[in-house]
Design a protein around this ligand. Structure first.
Ligand SMILES: Cc1cc2nc3c(=O)[nH]c(=O)nc-3n(C[C@H](O)[C@H](O)[C@H](O)COP(=O)(O)O)c2cc1C
Length: 368
């Protein structure tokens, strides 16, 4: 397989399979002088497992990060950073079934055809949600880097199944509540209803999807490279590389198509000596460049394809139609685990573009 890297200045390469030895990343291009420890990465990895474990898959590895290279005396050296986690809790026999009877809406069928049957199908292989452990490790580095320049990236659940947040969360609520709640939602009221929706789907042998919103504050004006690396295009590309992502919209997104210019345009104003817009329908990006307003992106996540209800499929070895009942330990809803992944994906692209724009220098000089 090729194309396992993304980015131009902050380049991440991701390796490993769901049931292989490990999942890992190499980050090339991170400036020298960034304070970075195993703990910085571990803290982000721990966000994958919500406090109420019954709402996620029964595969509950304590993913412990191993730091292989790229730091010295607690600071990045400018050399490639390589980190990995081992896959320990693996039951591959559960996947024998899907070798010839592909799971509907998973990647099993196209992957088997593309790689001539040589792909590692166990646990979904390279197509597993577990691959996103790599996104989180690279995202941890990106977030630490962005933090030095005042940029904060926060993702949170706004919809699960048919349950929506009734109010727009404040920044304080997002910071305080998101990782306290099992569903990764900033609203403590909405949490219970969302959890119940997941548990109901699980009981029925089914799954549900949802929507994650992500906001990035303090990105300076003018970050992005229009034609052909516009900031929104690159963020969308990264987000569509997260398995199960089916839609991405910025600002008011598809709603803009139904408005008049006078309703959609974000008027300029000056507040505290700074140029701002009075609304942010654009979601902080104009012409592929950051506008200085918060970058706001929403991501639609489909229901988990592996469900224990019986489904129609085909037996590829016999060219016969058949029925499959998927085994294994699957997430009844991907959304809670996807929240830190979306946060990381957006941070990775912002780190890359801020390096490209020269806003982040190649070497971070020691503070005196
Ligand atoms: C964090 C995360 C966890 C996931 N867990 C599962 C799972 O337990 N079972 C499953 O069938 N798919 C799971 N997926 C989704 C599949 O990997 C994905 O649907 C599949 O690769 C097909 O890709 P597509 O949905 O983008 O077309 C997960 C995805 C993510 C991001």
């Amino acid at each position: 397989m090729e194309n396992n890297s993304i980015g131009k200045k902050f380049v991440i390469t991701c390796f490993g399979e769901s049931h292989g030895k490990c999942i890992g990343i190499i980050v090339d291009g991170c400036p020298a002088g960034l304070p970075l420890s195993e703990q910085d990465i571990q803290k982000e990895l721990n966000k994958r497992l919500p406090p109420k474990l019954e709402i996620v898959s029964a595969r509950r590895e304590k993913d412990l990060v191993e730091f292989l290279s790229g730091t010295f005396n607690g600071f990045t050296t400018g050399a490639p950073i390589c980190t990995l986690v081992s896959n320990k809790e693996v039951i591959s026999s559960e996947y024998d079934l899907i070798k010839d009877t592909p799971r509907p809406s998973h990647a099993d069928y196209p992957a088997q055809i593309k790689y001539g049957g040589f792909n590692d199908y166990r646990g979904g292989g390279r197509f597993s949600g577990r691959i996103t452990v790599a996104f989180i490790m690279a995202g941890a580095v990106a977030k630490k880097l962005l933090g030095l320049f005042g940029v904060e990236v926060l993702a949170y659940t706004i919809e699960i199944g048919k349950v929506k947040l009734h109010t727009t969360p404040t920044l304080e609520e997002i910071r305080r509540n998101t990782y306290k709640t099992a569903v990764r939602s900033p609203s403590l009221e909405g949490e219970k209803e969302m959890e119940e929706a997941i548990l109901k789907a699980k009981k029925e042998g089914d799954s549900i999807g949802g929507i994650v919103e992500c906001i990035a504050h303090n990105v300076p004006v003018g970050v992005g490279e229009p034609l052909f690396d516009s900031l929104d295009a690159d963020i969308a590309k990264m987000l569509f590389n997260v398995p199960a992502v089916k839609g991405v919209e910025f600002g008011i997104g598809f709603k803009a198509a139904r408005l008049k210019g006078s309703e959609n345009n974000d008027p300029y104003a000056i507040r505290d000596g700074k140029i701002v817009t009075l609304t942010n329908n654009a979601g902080g990006i104009l012409g592929g460049l950051s506008s200085g307003m918060p970058i706001l992106v929403r991501v639609a996540i489909k229901p988990t394809p592996s469900i224990s209800k019986k489904q129609k499929t085909v037996d590829l070895s016999k060219m016969e139609e058949t029925v499959i009942q998927v085994k294994g330990r699957h997430d009844p809803c991907i959304v809670p685990k996807a929240v830190p992944v979306i946060e990381s994906a957006v941070a990775i692209v912002l780190a890359d573009h801020m390096l490209r724009a020269g806003v982040i220098p190649k070497v971070l000089r020691r503070q005196k």
